[in-house]
Design a protein around this ligand. Structure first.
Ligand code: PNS
Length: 171
């Protein structure tokens, strides 16, 4: 009798992660209940100007991922070039993105369709975070951090400490 081989569903969770927030971790936890393996893909060649260096962001990601239990194996990697090419190299047909408010939609829609145009085999899947993270973004975190605001419930502890430290030296 022939058995049907279940192919491992590998998903990519890409981003700039400047820095990783509890909102990102919430999406990751949800995705880990759906897929068999997740690769958190930190982009190397971003056009955005970042607060944290690639090395710092990579370190925070690894630390934050290692500190949590997920529903499937999760690993952190960096990539250069097109996301779909990275996904193909990793044999991952799924891209996971978090969708918070309607304001995310336009950008995410554009990106998903552009990625589909580059590679029709790769599908983008959107997940919604817990309501408490709907208005959370890395840029908001940096802005609030800059004004010494309260970020305790939004960031993994090492990131919280690093952001305070970085901004202390800036002012
Ligand atoms: O966290 P971000 O900044 O919204 O993530 C954006 C990211 C890294 C997913 C996107 O910029 C990306 O995929 N960059 C790699 C280059 C690429 O493939 N661009 C085409 C998609 S628009």
């Amino acid at each position: 009798m022939r058995t049907i081989q279940h192919r491992k569903r590998i998903a990519i969770y890409p981003g700039t992660f400047d820095p990783i927030t509890n909102g990102h971790l919430d999406i990751l936890a949800r995705a880990s209940q759906i897929f068999d393996e997740i690769i958190v893909a930190l982009v190397e060649n971003t056009t955005k100007s970042t607060m944290f260096s690639l090395l710092e962001r990579h370190h925070f990601l690894k630390q934050a991922v290692a500190a949590r239990a997920f529903g499937c194996p999760v690993r952190v990697e960096t990539f250069k070039g097109l996301l779909v090419d990275f996904a193909k190299r990793k044999k991952a047909p799924i891209i996971v993105r978090g969708l918070r408010a309607v304001s995310d939609f336009e950008y995410e829609f554009q990106m998903a369709l552009m990625n589909r145009h580059q590679s029709a085999q790769i599908e983008t899947v959107f997940l919604m975070p817990d309501e408490k993270y709907v208005y959370l973004s890395s840029s908001m975190v940096k802005e609030v951090g800059h004004h010494q605001g309260n970020l305790k419930s939004f960031l993994p502890k090492p990131v919280l400490m690093a952001i305070r430290e970085k901004l202390r030296h800036r002012t």
